[in-house]
Design a binder for this molecule. Structure first.
Ligand SMILES: Nc1ncnc2c1ncn2[C@@H]1O[C@H](COP(=O)(O)OP(=O)(O)O)[C@@H](O)[C@H]1O
Ligand SMILES: Cc1ncc(COP(=O)(O)OP(=O)(O)O)c(N)n1
Length: 266
């Protein structure tokens, strides 16, 4: 069994952040490890506030994992402040994990900032070059490049530009597109389109967290990148399509639909 580590913030309502990451790893047959960067009070209706974990405690959590367990892949989510980014970057350089997937989380769908504006440059300069795969959504890709995205051609241009900043591969996610949910991968050489039908649903909380965690799991399990992304996209699509409505706002996706179905639980 592969061991996959999430470095992310929390969600007590179980839809995004570390909870989504760990459910996704388990649904992919991986052992889930997690380091917490920030304790966030949020639910399906939005983010209320958060407190950052100190850099020393983040460093110690990462040491506790790597000194003890062989890590096959790392997924990084909410990093909120420059100090958090610096300590994670230092630890990635120290432990050199085989696969690093970075979801450059900036603003929750509810509108609450999860990355302070002063940290955008640090993320771009220090963390982005350590990514085997960077998975910005459209607003995040716009912030990283300063360019507006209106079309698939724009998604390709920013994907190439972000790769030129140092990420080995860039997946520009299309969840915020108007027409459909097509994602675009630039793997450093080729462009791949992952066409996606948009599901009309309120169960889309944590889709970005789940997608990046599914990619990390699939890479840890030995898939090649384009197959890992295609399978991850299918996982999120199925999760949205079969989600049970939970909470009063944007609920979580269903992580175990196919497993539960096979086991006769649903
Ligand atoms: N309503 C939807 N129907 C189908 N796929 C979706 C929908 N919303 C998001 N996705 C997919 O979920 C993944 C996460 O995308 P996105 O919502 O853009 O990220 P984030 O959660 O970081 O904002 C992408 O693969 C995207 O295409
Ligand atoms: C702790 C934490 N990390 C990330 C997010 C954002 O989740 P994401 O999957 O990008 O999408 P939304 O949940 O914002 O729709 C979060 N909310 N909390």
């Amino acid at each position: 069994m592969k061991h996959v580590l999430s470095i992310a913030g929390t969600d007590p309502s179980g839809g995004a952040g570390a909870a989504a990451d760990c459910k996704t790893f388990c649904a992919h047959g991986c052992f889930a490890l997690n380091v917490i960067t920030a304790v966030v009070s949020q639910n399906t209706q939005g983010v209320r506030g958060y407190m950052d974990v100190t850099p020393d405690l983040i460093a110690d959590q990462i040491d506790a994992v790597f000194e003890d367990i062989d890590v096959d892949a790392v997924k990084i989510g909410m990093v909120s402040v420059p100090e958090t980014i610096r300590v994670i970057a230092d630890k990635l350089k120290q432990y050199t994990p085989r696969v690093v997937v970075i979801d450059p989380v900036m603003v929750a769908t509810s509108g609450h900032r999860l990355l302070v504006p002063e940290a955008e440059q640090t993320l771009r300069d220090i963390l982005l070059p350590l990514a085997d795969v960077l998975t910005p959504n459209i607003p995040e890709a716009e912030v990283l490049t300063g360019k507006e995205i209106h079309s698939l051609a724009d998604m390709e241009a920013v994907g190439r530009e972000i790769a030129a900043m140092g990420a080995k591969a860039v997946l520009v996610k299309g969840g915020h597109r108007v027409e459909d949910a097509t994602d675009l991968l630039f793997d450093g050489t080729d462009v791949h389109y992952f066409k996606g039908q948009r599901v009309e649903s309120t169960s889309t909380h944590g889709t970005g967290c789940s997608l990046s965690s599914a990619i990390a799991s699939n890479l840890a399990n030995g898939m090649k990148l384009s197959d890992a992304v295609a399978a991850a996209k299918h996982y999120v699509f199925t999760g949205i399509a079969h989600a049970e409505p939970i909470g009063k706002g944007h609920g979580p996706i269903h992580h175990f639909y196919e497993l539960y179905k096979k086991a006769g639980l649903i």
